[in-house]
Design a protein around this ligand. Structure first.
Ligand code: 1SD
Ligand code: ZN
Length: 259
């Protein structure tokens, strides 16, 4: 193991490229999405299977750089269509957020930063496991959802936010009492989204992700944001600003779904 990577200081994002070669690659994530410079594609709508089933168990872990949610479900949630080639199986979802609501998202849209971004990570079923899939160029499909501040709590986040009190330190995990189906963490409009080929946004920055960033956000209250900001990271500091800044687009095209 090399030195631990961080979001600030000597082992922060600007130096990931020298610590992990792939982080200096040409297909990195996140990016700024310029909506005036996208190409429209007409894909079949996303097909989400088992996204409406309440999980039999939901737990959240503080992995030192995010809050990661895993579930047990009667049948595995999976996604096809929406321009994806093949079937992708749900693995986990997690969040990136800011010290205050002026920042936090990884992707930006026309330079606009959201206070938080949710990533639903899926691996290609034909690769069998997430571990196998992270070495394949089409191994992962991540669905990115922006969160925007609302006056009232997002009810789907309430049980999850309560559980955050029990995972304040890195390495801790807790059960989420009442678990909502995965659909509750997605915007109601799944038809409009941006698509490009990118990477994991954390070291080792594997260039294996087909990215989807939905155009519509879901709500979160400032009170709920404060619970995320009260977590501690693997350095013992506040877990805030755990987002990587936008990377160069290089020789890539951003696509947008058309209707
Ligand atoms: O940051 C996450 C990382 O924690 C892990 O979940 C990885 C998938 O194995 O995905 C990245 S990200 O690109 O979804 N941010
Ligand atoms: Zn992420």
């Amino acid at each position: 193991d090399g030195p631990a990577w961080t979001y600030t200081g000597q082992h922060g994002p600007v130096n990931w490229g020298s610590m992990f070669r792939t982080c200096a690659g040409k297909r990195q994530s996140p990016i700024n999405i310029e909506t005036g410079n996208v190409k429209t594609e007409f894909w079949k709508p996303f097909s989400l299977k088992n996204f409406d089933q309440p999980p039999t168990n939901m737990r959240v872990k503080n992995n030192g750089h995010s809050a990661v949610v895993e579930i047990d479900a009667p049948s595995a949630p999976r996604v096809t269509q929406g321009g994806l080639k093949g079937e992708y199986i749900f693995a986990q979802f997690h969040f990136h957020w800011g010290a205050d609501s002026s920042m936090g998202s990884e992707h930006t849209i026309d330079g606009v930063r959201y206070p938080m971004e949710l990533h639903m990570v899926h691996y290609k079923g034909s690769y069998g496991t997430l571990g196998n899939a992270v070495s394949k160029p089409d191994g992962l499909a991540v669905l990115g959802v922006m969160l925007e501040v609302s006056e009232t709590d997002n009810p789907a986040l309430t049980p999850l936010v309560s559980a955050l009190n029990n995972i304040t330190e890195s390495g801790m995990f807790a059960t989420v009492a009442a678990s909502y189906p995965l659909r509750a963490f997605l915007p109601s409009n799944l038809e409009r989204f941006y698509r490009y080929e990118g990477s994991l946004t954390t070291p080792t920055c594997n260039e294996v992700v087909t990215w989807t960033v939905f155009a519509n956000a879901i709500p979160v209250s400032e009170k709920q944001m404060r619970s995320f900001r009260s977590l501690r990271n693997d350095q013992g500091g506040n877990m805030v600003n755990n987002f990587r800044p936008p990377q160069a687009l290089n020789n890539r095209r951003v696509l947008v779904s058309g209707e």
